[in-house]
Design a protein around this ligand. Structure first.
Ligand code: MG
Length: 214
């Protein structure tokens, strides 16, 4: 029995179903995290978004990774709404850029998804590293995925998830300067950014799926 070094289309779709269920189940955790430094709506928004993604994924099959990611991104954008909808929708839509003809999800595909997704998010959200946003988890994850783009997928995802976790933890040390938490100033210290937690969790649920015995 071995973890998966790459995924075909049905398994890729299943991985995103697993990710979506995990995000829906993380609603309370994300609500508490956002209440600490924001308005507390992040958990409800993400849960609503991934409920919609679940319905979309269970409603049909996708021929390519690009098609699947675009559907995930569009669904998140329209169902979460607001700034989070734009940012997380952009991550998947931007991440789909070079993946329109791919039908195997491997470490190279993960890297293209995260690197192109990061670029799109930076343009759209106007956030840079150190602003206490999801970029602080996404950027180290994207860099690590590029480094490990030739590794087996399970190995890459384990390291990429750890990079995202460390980046998320690092947001505790940052005073928020943009977004709703900026009004808190120093009181945002000690609390991680909710969007960075979501970014880490999405990767963690992918890692968990791929680490299962095939
Ligand atoms: Mg909020």
């Amino acid at each position: 029995m071995m973890a998966r070094s790459q995924l075909g289309m049905p398994e890729t779709q299943e991985m995103f179903v697993h990710l979506s269920k995990g995000m829906v189940e993380s609603k309370d955790l994300l609500t508490q995290a956002d209440k600490a430094i924001g308005d507390g709506d992040h958990g409800v928004g993400m849960a609503r978004g991934f409920e919609a993604v679940l319905q979309k994924l269970q409603g049909g099959d996708f021929a390519t990774i690009g098609e699947l990611l675009k559907a995930v991104g569009m669904t998140l954008m329209t169902s979460i709404g607001g700034a989070s909808g734009a940012v997380f929708g952009t991550l998947f839509r931007g991440g789909a850029k070079q993946l329109g003809d791919r039908s195997i999800f491997d470490a190279e595909v993960l890297s293209l998804l995260l690197v192109d997704g990061l670029d799109a998010v930076k343009v759209r959200g106007k956030a840079k590293p150190g602003d206490k946003t999801m970029v602080d988890a996404l950027e180290p994850a994207a860099f690590k995925s590029h480094e490990l783009r030739s590794a087996p997928l399970d190995e890459s995802l384990a390291a990429v998830t750890e990079a995202a976790r460390q980046g998320m933890e690092g947001t505790k040390e940052i005073v928020a300067t943009i977004g709703k938490a900026k009004t808190l100033g120093d009181r945002s210290l000690g609390h991680p950014d909710p969007g960075a937690i979501s970014t880490y969790l999405m990767l963690e649920f992918m890692r968990e799926y791929v680490a299962r015995d095939a």
